[in-house]
Design a protein around this ligand. Structure first.
Ligand code: MG
Ligand code: MG
Length: 628
């Protein structure tokens, strides 16, 4: 399988695009004509530049409004095609994409169109050129790959074949399994794009909202499984028109593209084991058991503040690293680390972001397999110098340049706590916090698709529908990702303006990072009491909130009085109830949350978020002092 992308997928100049495409790992590239025209070098130079990057031009596209025209338009269309054949010879490419006509005078007629293709095939053949016909979802007469295939079938010419594009098939809700009855050798090329499920004009949807396979809601996997079943073994190429990508970084978009193609083809290989796909072997998604540790970078007074928070929440200092300025705080199954180092990764993370989560350790069943999968999907391993007695725990870069470590019992990596740390006396019974319920990561809205893809490609995580969270000063979009057994839950919060709580955090901490951590307990009233006894100060909520709660839910008055007295928030869905208690924000707006979740409750207290955010902002405003 040759992984390819159209130049239009990646932002920048043609040179930027090719550099990023090659660096990401692609071997093929479609030259989108507009990118060629905008370039200031001729076709031979472009062909050379592509090959110098180790890439092959697998397609020249698009050629529009060709088939089924009356004279004199027909003659002109043939003349236009011949000029493009000349250009293709200079570029050094064999295949051209001809998309179904939208010409207002196109006559249609399957045989007329087939005859045009057969005639152009005769002109193309001696030049070694192949014509691929693609049904645009908004084509004038042909807008379904089944009709495009009928044109190709009747053209009956070896140099005329079909081009399939997942967007055009799936946007029209055409069953992709109809592809299974097309012979694979007549499919000349396959383009892939996903898209969010939104009702809008097909052309506008396609030009602005396409995204990488796995980032949207279309069944690209089902489409590709059907394509693979035909015996097609040609290039698999991304053709993505997306406003955010156009404004993004070339390297980032190309890397995401490569990750999405590899993860998709791996899924296809596993779903269709009878089909031999030429794809490098790499491990399937490994089970994630949960968060083994969360490491915070902090120093000086900031580290004292953070540790005071931990102590107030009932965490006990249980261990310290034998060589590094690293302490472990524990309660239940939760391990929080504070790294005061100046020299190692945490040192640079603190210098850049201030107090922040610089490292997340995930407990998996096979750490080397997760690392191998990450590498196959384009994540470079992260290596930090270590002493001989430190364990080689595999890591990659995660959100905002932070680290993601993988630990398993089988490789002995979860022994790290006894191997690298010395135990301290844990003289604290805690307040009943059991485990991490979820991590909330804040990022710019533009980065959300990328991180959704990152987690879904690497881990067996599903996304839940995106939720709009109303901040008094703007909108924040929230997307949850969860493993099937809910051992790992991450919410991604995308901020568009610096004035929201999330956006302000993003600006103040100089980049995307974990903004809040939610700890699960079994009895939130007992936990709240023990917290109060320690002088814990909950986030105060308005009386209006509790009046509204009484109106929205059929709550027992005693229950309502108890939750109001403890500043607890409440939500429920068909599966059960959810209680939330928030600590006061600190630093640049980081905070801790305590939750009690009925097993059937599937959410994150989204309906409470606007009131919680307003309360947090009130506190931050009152506490605000001129900053140095
Ligand atoms: Mg296309
Ligand atoms: Mg939360």
């Amino acid at each position: 399988m040759l992984a390819s992308t159209a130049t239009v997928t990646v932002p920048g100049t043609l040179r930027d695009k090719l550099e990023a495409i090659a660096a990401a790992g692609f071997k093929g590239v479609e030259i989108f004509e507009q990118d060629f025209i905008a370039h200031d070098g001729g076709p031979r130079e472009v062909g050379r530049m592509v090959r110098d990057h180790g890439l092959e031009i697998v397609l020249f596209q698009p050629f529009r409004d060709f088939e089924g025209l009356p004279e004199p338009h027909r003659r002109r269309a043939f003349a236009r095609a011949e000029r493009k054949f000349d250009l293709m010879a200079e570029l050094g490419t064999r295949d051209i994409l001809i998309c179904s006509s939208v010409h207002p005078e196109a006559l249609g007629g399957i045989d007329r169109m087939a005859d045009d293709f057969a005639a152009l095939g005769e002109i193309a053949a001696p030049r070694g050129i192949r014509l691929g016909y693609e049904a645009l979802a908004w084509g004038r007469h042909v807008f379904d790959h089944r009709d495009a295939w009928e044109v190709v079938r009747r053209a009956d010419h070896p140099n005329v074949g079909l081009i399939l594009d997942s967007f055009h098939t799936l946007a029209r809700r055409i069953d992709p399994n109809t592809i299974r009855r097309i012979p694979g050798d007549k499919i000349f090329f396959v383009q892939l794009a996903d898209a969010p499920a939104i009702e809008m004009d097909l052309l506008y949807w396609s030009r602005h909202f396409r995204n990488m396979p796995g980032e949207g809601d279309l069944d690209v996997r089902g489409f590709m499984r059907a394509v693979a079943a035909t015996g097609y073994r040609g290039p698999v190429s991304l053709e993505i028109f997306n406003d955010q990508f156009r404004g993004g970084s070339a390297r980032g978009v190309a890397q995401d593209g490569y990750r999405s193609v590899m993860a998709l083809m791996d899924d296809v290989r596993r779903a269709e084991p009878e089909i031999a796909l030429a794809l490098p072997e790499f491990p399937a998604r490994d089970a994630v058991d949960g968060v083994e540790f969360l490491e915070f970078a902090a120093r000086g007074a900031d580290a004292e503040t953070l540790e005071a928070q931990f102590a107030a929440l009932g965490f006990a200092r249980t261990a310290r690293h034998r060589h590094r300025a690293l302490t472990v705080w524990q309660q239940g199954d939760i391990r929080l680390l504070v790294n005061r180092s100046r020299s190692d990764f945490a040192g640079s993370a603190y210098s850049t972001h201030g107090t922040s989560v610089c490292d997340i350790g995930l407990r998996v069943s096979d750490a080397p397999a997760v690392a191998a999968r990450a590498a196959a999907l384009g994540s470079a391993p992260y290596d930090q110098p270590r002493t001989a007695d430190e364990l080689p725990i595999p890591a990659i870069r995660g959100l905002g340049g932070s680290l993601l470590h993988f630990l398993d019992a089988g490789s002995g990596l979860t022994d790290v706590w006894s191997v690298e740390f010395e135990a301290l006396d844990p003289a604290d019974a805690g307040v009943g916090l059991r485990r991490i319920d979820h991590l909330a990561q804040t990022m710019s809205y533009d980065a959300m698709l990328s991180w959704t893809l990152f987690y879904q490609a690497l881990f067996p995580m599903q996304k839940t529908p995106m939720v709009d969270v109303i901040d008094p000063d703007g909108l924040v979009r929230s997307q949850a990702l969860e493993t099937a057994d809910k051992g790992l839950r991450i919410t991604l919060n995308g901020a568009e303006t610096h004035r929201t709580l999330a956006g302000n955090f993003l600006a103040d901490s100089f980049g995307a990072s974990v903004q809040h951590v939610a700890f699960a307990c079994d009895d939130i009233f007992a936990t709240a009491e023990r917290l109060a006894a320690r002088g814990f100060e909950a986030l105060p909520l308005s009386a209006n909130y509790y009046d509204d709660l009484a109106a929205r839910f059929d709550l027992d008055p005693d229950h309502l009085a108890r939750i109001q007295a403890a500043n607890i928030l409440y939500d429920a869905d068909a599966g059960g109830a959810f209680h939330q208690l928030y600590a006061r924000p600190f630093g640049s707006g980081m905070f801790f949350e305590i939750v009690q979740r009925d097993p059937g409750y599937g959410g994150y207290g989204g309906p409470n978020a606007p009131f919680r955010i307003a309360a947090q902002k009130r506190l931050l405003r009152h506490a605000s002092v001129p900053r140095a």
